[in-house]
Design a protein around this ligand. Sequence first.
Ligand code: 5GP
Ligand code: ZN
Length: 114
Amino acid sequence: MSECLFCKMISGEIAPDKVYEDDDVLAFRDISPQAPHHVLVIPKEHISTLNDLDAWHAPLLGKMYLAVKEIAKQAGVAESGYRTVMNCNQDGGQTVYHIHLHMLAGRDMQWPPG
Ligand code: 5GP
Ligand code: ZN
């Protein structure tokens, strides 16, 4: 059994607040939302960090972004806008080592991010 928190959500060992799922991707609400709408989009394949991506993962990354597009449409924020972020390793602010795309919406985003 995997020790990875997000793999446990994929296997069903932990039940996330799911907003989207297909064969390759799962998306659920962040437990500590940083915006009115804060969703994490993860690949069903365990990949620890962006540094572990291989060339054959390229379509999978595309599917993660297509999931974001669908989630934004369903949440009614596609036109008002949203931000996507992927953090990598300590300086990037990564705390869960299964890659995930943050999708934040529902407030004005600041630039540059902190
Ligand atoms: P990172 O800091 O790695 O970019 O993002 C990890 C995210 O996972 C954080 O925004 C954190 O709030 C979220 N998170 C951590 N534990 C859980 C959990 O048990 N459930 C959910 N839904 N999100 C979590
Ligand atoms: Zn994992």
